[in-house]
Each structure stands twice: as structure tokens, then as C-alpha cells.
Design a protein around this ligand. Structure first.
Ligand code: AMP
Length: 217
């Protein structure tokens, strides 16, 4: 089962994806993470990507689609992908459909994480993650206690360069203009399920879990 986890920045897509990969043996494909890996190369392309990300804008579809196709051709993760942060516009949604059909796959479910924009700025600007296991914490709502993994003893808490108040409002604008229309595209295929993402992390995971179990019945 391939799933798209959908929602504005700060809705909890990454957090809920971590839950899904452990409980349903899925593979998280986050285009944001793939891009952040790309930034480490310090190439000319990397600096172009970095300035777009820090401006809260979308990186070009060509770059994204190349990154995605590399993963879709990997048979070891076929039909168990959770798409996090992708697709980000209608064009990408259509490309995803044709790439999936090329590899004899499809999207079974779009989880629509619904959250009031008023809480997003605090969720995003308080976000930090463990440098070792990548677990996410929030300085306001979920303070960074020690991680479960003993290897994380020497961790550093990382903050994303685009997780600041100024960039957040630009990212939300981009979301409204380019990303939100995808919901109509997927609704017409009857694969969207709404999730109340205002609740705490565990309650949101429970909602998601019951949606997936219902679908598998
Ligand atoms: P995320 O980690 O999903 O919040 O993404 C961080 C930033 O990476 C976004 O604000 C965009 O600049 C860029 N990005 C991530 N995914 C995509 C995508 N599918 N298409 C275009 N840009 C993306």
C-alpha cells in the first residue's frame, strides 16, 4: 500500500510517518529530506536549492521528479512507500501517477492532516531533531528529553534553517497556492481520508492506524 501524507508544514507529516514506518513496515520518502541530503554536496545545484528552500519556495519539478524516480525504481520498497512532502503541486501529482503506473504501482490512500494555521508557527519554530536518530521534538509542546536509543547520548539538537517565523509564513502561502489544490485532484479519486491533526501525537497516530486497518479489511 502506497500512502501520501498530506498537510501544511508543521501538521506532523514527518512525526506520523515515523510512526507508520515502524508499525506498518512502510518506507518514508520525504522529498524535503532528500533535498537536505543534496545540500550536503555543496554543489552549485545545492546552493540554488538552498536559496529556494530558505525563501519558502518550491524547488523545480525536474529536480524533484528525478529524485523520486530513483526511489520508485527500487523494488525493495515497492508498494510500501509513504510520500511525505510530495507531491507539492498538481504537476507533481500527475507525474507521480504516471511514474507509479510505469512501476505497476498506485496510491491507495491520502491522509489529509487537518490543523488550524494559528498553531503552525509555534509548531514549526519550536521544532528540533536529534542528530543521531532524527526523532523530532518541540521546544514548546514536546521538550527534548533523552532519546530511546542509547547511541543518541552524544546527540546534538538540530534546527532546520527554514524553520523560522519569517520563512513559515512564506511556506504557508506556497502551500495554499500550489499544494492545497492537489486535494481536489485526489478527492475525485475517492482516496482522501481526513485526520484531526490538532490532537496530540498519539491520538493522531491512533486515528491513522484505524483508517489503515479499515482499508486492509
Ligand atoms: P519539507 O521538509 O517537506 O517541509 O520541505 C522543505 C522545503 O523543501 C520546502 O519548503 C521546499 O522548498 C522544498 N521541497 C520539499 N519537497 C518539495 C517538493 N515535492 N517540491 C518542491 N519543493 C520541495
Amino acid at each position: 500500500m502506497n500512502i501520501v501524507i498530506f498537510g501544511p508544514p508543521g501538521a506532523g507529516k514527518g512525526t506520523q510517518s515515523s510512526y507508520l514506518i515502524h508499525n506498518f513496515n512502510l518506507f518514508q520518502l520525504s522529498t524535503g529530506d532528500l533535498l537536505r541530503d543534496e545540500l550536503k554536496s555543496k554543489s552549485a545545484l545545492a546552493s540554488e536549492i538552498e536559496s529556494l528552500m530558505n525563501a519558502g519556495k518550491l524547488v523545480s519539478d525536474t529536480i524533484i521528479n528525478n529524485l523520486i524516480e530513483k526511489k520508485l525504481s527500487d523494488v525493495s520498497i515497492a508498494n510500501r512507500i509513504i510520500f511525505d512532502g510530495f507531491p507539492r503541486n498538481i504537476e507533481q501529482a500527475k507525474t507521480l501517477d504516471s511514474l507509479l503506473s510505469k512501476y505497476s504501482q498506485s496510491i491507495s490512500l491520502v491522509l489529509n492532516l487537518k490543523v488550524d494555521y494559528s498553531v503552525l508557527t509555534k509548531r514549526i519554530s519550536g521544532r528540533v531533531s536529534c542528530s543521531v536518530c532524527k526523532k523530532t521534538f518541540n521546544e514548546f509542546f514536546d521538550p527534548p528529553v533523552s532519546c530511546e536509543n542509547s547511541k543518541c547520548a552524544d546527540r546534538v539538537l538540530n534546527k532546520r534553517s527554514d524553520d523560522n517565523v519569517e520563512t513559515v509564513s512564506k511556506r504557508l502561502k506556497t502551500y495554499d497556492e500550489s499544494t492545497l489544490p492537489i486535494l481536489g485532484y485526489y478527492s475525485s479519486k475517492n482516496i482522501v481520508k481526513d485526520v484531526d491533526a490538532m490532537e496530540d501525537i498519539e491520538s493522531v497516530s491512533k486515528q491513522i492506524s484505524s483508517i489503515i486497518k479499515d482499508l486492509k479489511r
